[in-house]
Design a protein around this ligand. Structure first.
Ligand SMILES: C[S@@+](CC[C@H](N)C(=O)[O-])C[C@H]1O[C@@H](n2cnc3c(N)ncnc32)[C@H](O)[C@@H]1O
Length: 315
């Protein structure tokens, strides 16, 4: 029975884009419960070596159980609790010099949203936590209860695209002066009450954007993504491929910028003819990002915002 596992998005498209070959070193930067990893190992006939990284020890435990129950030989994988921004160190510690195939599947998994105790869910009452790695960093409650008005407004606007940020923050600050926020439901209620009813979206909970912004901040997702993309590009061997799945516009914009930059020739600024100083090291595999099929969205509505981008190392 595989019901407790995250249902991964666009597995076929990721596999087709990466085309893993027997003998490849494959890195899964967001292991989760291993859906993409297992598909990629299978696609190279079980004759690859997989390195799986995840920040969350509970998720890793499930992935380990799943690999064992699938009887994947332990010599063909290493599952490590690590931030994907530390990819180079992880590869080094395993004695690996690079990777042939790398996949990133960003954000939280359904296991996070489905367990109220993790504090990601808008629907169920739980502690206001939202950390992938529960040994590190501030919780969402610490941010909501201690940050200044300007910092909170900037966060909700910048990372949540929340146009009612100022009103929401005024309400949060007034409320927390009487009693600090402790639970998800408590915060979701106050945020909802701060936004005029007629501005509520019919499709999403009014606190969705604030919750997203808090998750990004709690887990330092902007810095992690930028560093992980740089580390992944650096780790790719010649003809190596990277596939990145994003789920929000900010995440996709940052990914697009970094991958585009990697695929550009360096021009000699001092040359009047603008000749190429250093040719691009990567080739774009997806001129436009790929999205899930209507059939997949029907079966797995959480996949609907997925965008897939890929590059190949040339030299
Ligand atoms: C969308 S899920 C991945 C699901 C996975 N592809 C599967 O098939 O089950 C994203 C995972 O990335 C992990 N994660 C988030 N940020 C991370 C980071 N900076 N470094 C490593 N893992 C991270 C989360 O804990 C979560 O398990």
């Amino acid at each position: 029975m595989e019901a407790t596992y995250h249902q991964p998005a666009m597995v076929e498209e990721v596999t087709r884009l990466l085309q893993p070959r027997p003998g490849d070193t494959i890195v899964d930067c967001n292991l989760g419960t291993g859906g993409h990893s297992l598909a990629l190992l299978e696609a190279c006939g079980g004759r690859g070596f997989l390195v799986g990284l995840d920040l969350d020890d509970a998720v890793l435990l499930l992935a380990r159980q799943r690999f064992r129950s699938r009887e994947i030989p332990s010599r063909s994988y290493a599952l490590v609790q690590a931030n994907h921004s530390d990819l180079a160190q992880v590869l080094g510690s395993l004695g690996l010099t690079g990777a042939d195939r790398i996949v990133m599947d960003l954000g939280a998994s359904s296991l996070h949203y489905d367990d109220p105790a993790r504090g990601f869910s808008l629907q169920a009452e739980g502690p206001l936590d939202m950390r992938y790695d529960r040994t590190q960093g501030p919780t969402a409650a610490e941010i909501v209860n201690t940050w200044g008005e300007r910092e909170l407004s900037r966060l909700f606007r910048q990372e949540g695209d929340e146009r009612w940020a100022a009103r929401i923050v005024r309400r949060i600050v007034a409320r927390r002066s009487e009693r600090p926020f402790e639970t998800t439901a408590d915060l979701a209620r106050e945020v909802g009450a701060a936004i005029p009813r007629k501005a509520w979206s019919p499709r999403i909970h009014p606190a969705t954007r604030v919750f997203l912004a808090l998750r990004v901040e709690v887990n330092d997702e902007v810095r992690s993504l930028e560093e992980a993309l740089a580390a992944a590009l650096e780790a790719l061997k010649p003809k190596g491929r990277l596939a990145v799945l994003t789920f929000q516009s900010n995440e996709d914009r940052r990914t697009k910028r970094i991958l585009r930059e990697a695929c550009r020739d360096r021009i000699d600024e001092a040359d009047p003819w603008g000749r190429v100083k250093e040719p691009a090291k990567f080739r774009d595999l997806t001129k436009k990002p790929l999205g899930p099929s209507p059939e997949e969205i029907e079966k797995n509505p959480r996949a609907r915002s997925a965008r897939l981008r890929g590059v190949e190392r040339l030299d």
